[in-house]
Design a protein around this ligand. Structure first.
Ligand SMILES: *Cc1c(COP(=O)(O)O)cnc(C)c1O
Length: 421
């Protein structure tokens, strides 16, 4: 597959290069120069792993042998998405059955397997440093996926006090090659620090810097698989997906599924009060406000870095809505009354679906995190108690290993240097 840098169209590369580099010159996103085509109907009889293998073989093309892609899928997707009916016209697609209980396990684990393979093949030489910013769940998915991988150090930045205590426990307690920095700022600032680090030649060349953020193509491609899976289970309907959106990586993957031939009717991007995209689609002005903290904290993003890709793909098939805090809580309560326990992110998607779906559309809203990951909020709002799943019970009493820093690139640099010493 050939890709090009959206800021410098003459800067082209292969899929493998795009995965290894993460981001292009001047922080330009890589984007495929043309798209392959998938025969959707032929995917219907397959299992999740077989279907995902076919999807990824089609997307990646001949840069990786078909049996290698099959092995990567088998190792990465050790859990599957689950579709749960809410009513006749509505399903929830649960994406939180992986080891860190959020949808980011799909992309994080596939990317880690792929990088592990590329290191073993000598395609990546020298040290590999994964530098990532997280609004909560990427950190956990990436940390678990790369934990104890040889020749890899992982440095993760997150906004101090703005992620849930259990989210923090999931990735700041691992140790070994996982280093976590609590930054005295918001997620957008963490993301800017990561971008600034990629403009530092010494860091890039000496430490083999790579961002495992959702700008990495391998993560987006992995996420295409669960859209195909959900569509395959409802292939006789006009399916509309409602996606709780922050950095817009998840919904970009859905748009890719449609672009390569999966007949999905439309997408609904549901944001919280950080509503840059819904406002942009309404009035055409890209105006970034300060990031505000909400109940759906993994979506507290006001400069969504995947938007340039989503914009090239959506072709009028995207509806957007901003969901308030009270609407989020009301949606959690409404789902609970229908015997479904949802975390705040999932509730945002449900509200978006209810507001933006049209008659006769079959709605599927994405559940991006296990409700126990947001135990405090869910228990408070629904007046119930949630048992911790084993994955969380295992980490809840471990000490946090993070260091706190101010938002200063020099401190990030020092952390990378000491990770290798
Ligand atoms: C990351 C995340 C989102 C937002 O996904 P994007 O790809 O950034 O739009 C939504 N919900 C949860 C639980 C997340 O962790």
């Amino acid at each position: 597959m050939q890709l090009h840098n959206l800021k410098h169209p003459d800067d082209t590369c292969t899929f493998i290069d795009a995965v290894l580099r993460g981001i292009g010159r001047d922080n330009g996103l890589y984007f495929p120069s043309s798209w392959p085509r998938l025969d959707a109907q032929s995917l219907l009889p397959l299992s999740f792993q077989a279907r995902s293998t076919r999807v990824l073989q089609t997307l990646i093309g001949d840069e990786l042998a078909p049996d290698i892609i099959e092995q990567l899928v088998t190792k990465a997707f050790t859990f599957a998405p689950r579709l749960q009916p809410i009513d006749e016209q509505t399903d929830v697609l649960e994406l939180f059955h992986g080891p860190t209980l959020a949808f980011k396990d799909f992309g994080g684990r596939f990317m880690a397997q792929l990088l592990g393979h590329l290191i073993a093949m000598g395609k990546h030489k020298g040290p590999l440093t994964i530098l990532s910013a997280t609004s909560g769940d990427t950190g956990a998915a990436v940390a678990h996926a790369f934990h104890r991988l040889p020749n890899v150090q992982v440095v993760i930045l997150y906004p101090r006090g703005r992620i849930s205590p259990l989210q923090e426990k999931m990735f700041c307690t691992l140790g070994d090659n996982i280093h976590t920095l609590a930054v005295d700022s918001d997620f957008d600032t963490c993301q800017s620090l990561v971008k600034a680090a990629f403009s530092d030649d010494e860091l890039v060349n000496h430490y083999g810097l790579n961002s495992a953020n959702s700008i990495n193509m391998s993560r987006l491609f992995a996420q295409v698989c669960y859209y195909v899976e959900a569509w395959a289970m409802r292939a006789d309907r006009d399916v509309v997906f409602s996606v709780p959106s922050g950095n817009f990586g998840n919904i970009t993957a859905g748009l890719i599924a449609k672009r390569i031939g999966i007949p999905i009717k439309a997408f609904i991007a549901a944001t919280n009060a950080n509503d840059t995209v819904p406002r942009y689609l309404q009035n055409g002005a890209w105006q970034v406000n300060n990031t505000v903290a909400t109940l759906s904290n993994a979506m507290d993003v006001s400069s969504p870095s995947n938007w340039p890709r989503a914009e090239l793909l959506h072709q009028q098939r995207l509806r957007a809505i901003a969901v308030s805090e009270s609407e989020t809580v009301a949606a959690m309560k409404s789902l609970y009354a229908q015997h479904y326990l949802a975390d705040p992110h999932t509730a945002v998607a449900y509200h978006g679906l209810q507001q933006r779906r049209e008659a006769n559309e079959h709605g599927i809203f994405l559940s991006t995190a296990h409700p126990a990951k947001f135990k405090e909020v869910v228990e408070r709002e629904l007046c119930t108690t949630i048992a911790l799943p084993a994955e969380l019970a295992a980490v809840v009493n471990r000490p946090l290993l993070s260091s706190t820093i101010t938002a200063d690139l020099a401190l990030v640099k020092r952390a990378i240097q000491s990770a290798w010493n």
